[in-house]
Write a protein that binds this ligand. Structure first.
Ligand code: F6R
Length: 251
């Protein structure tokens, strides 16, 4: 894995934005996998800025988001569809019909998940997948214990994730957080041709260490990325501080 440690998270996000823009330049109809949460916000701001400067054209790009809360309508301020619209989609020239987020209000979750996988395949697969990482090492909503071959499905959120998402940054109270979500599986994510995982801050340091050091295990879902041919980690010093010398030599 390519691990790059930056002095600030802003630099890491800028580096990731450069990578995404380079890829769009090389392939205007790029298929981009998107994440939500706090981690990719600076990256999205960078992309919007670059679009504003005329440096990048999203008109032929297609996007697929990793996950969505089950039971939240698209106009709910905490839904991931709303998040994407507010932080990226409404600020760039991507046709809305090419932006895909799992339908949190579906009445047939299995069918929705099956159709999502089919739509990804039909688009030619994901070229670059953006990822954040949870404190437990989760990626998308693949909590510890998720199998490495898991596909898009309904998942139960762990108490840890519910707590992390109700610390005031997103939901204010754990009771408001949906208990289930629709999420791409680890198998789905691993099929992306390239993966960019971003992480910032001390609260991610343990997850970063356990994901990179030791053998891949479903107990730490992100550890599967060790098996990916083109997985890149762009992290700041705080997220890297628990890495042993051997791992951080990649710097
Ligand atoms: C979001 C997602 C999650 C987050 C993770 C980190 O679409 O799939 O796995 O990436 O929970 O969240 P933040 O970035 O808020 O720390």
């Amino acid at each position: 894995m390519d691990i790059r440690i930056f002095n600030t998270f802003e630099e890491a996000s800028r580096f990731a934005a450069d990578r995404v823009c380079e890829r769009i330049l090389a392939k205007p109809n790029l298929v981009l996998g998107l994440a939500t949460g706090e981690t990719p916000l600076q990256l999205y701001r960078e992309l919007v800025e670059r679009f504003g400067r005329g440096d990048v054209d999203f008109s032929k790009v297609t996007t697929f988001n990793l996950d969505e809360y089950l039971g939240l309508p698209p106009d709910h301020p905490q839904s991931y569809r709303y998040f994407m619209d507010r932080n990226l989609i409404s600020h760039i020239n991507i046709p809305r019909e090419r932006t895909h987020v799992l339908d949190g209000m579906t009445r047939d979750a299995e069918k929705t998940c099956r159709e999502y996988e089919a739509a990804i395949a039909e688009a030619g697969g994901i070229d670059i997948q953006i990822l954040g990482i949870g404190g437990s090492g989760h990626i998308a909503f693949n909590e510890p214990g998720s199998t490495f071959d898991s596909r898009t499905r309904v998942v139960d959120l762990s108490e840890d994730t519910i707590r992390a998402n109700s610390d005031g940054r997103f939901f204010k109270d754990p009771a408001e957080v949906p208990r289930q979500a629709l999420s791409m599986g680890l198998g789905t994510i691993m099929e992306a041709k390239e993966i960019l995982l971003l992480a910032s801050g001390k609260r991610k340091a343990n997850a970063i260490r356990t994901s990179l050091e030791g053998l891949p295990t479903p107990d730490v879902p992100a550890s599967i990325l060790q098996r990916h041919r083109a997985a890149h980690l762009f992290i700041d010093g705080a997220a890297a501080f628990r890495l042993t010398q051997t791992t951080s030599d990649h710097r």
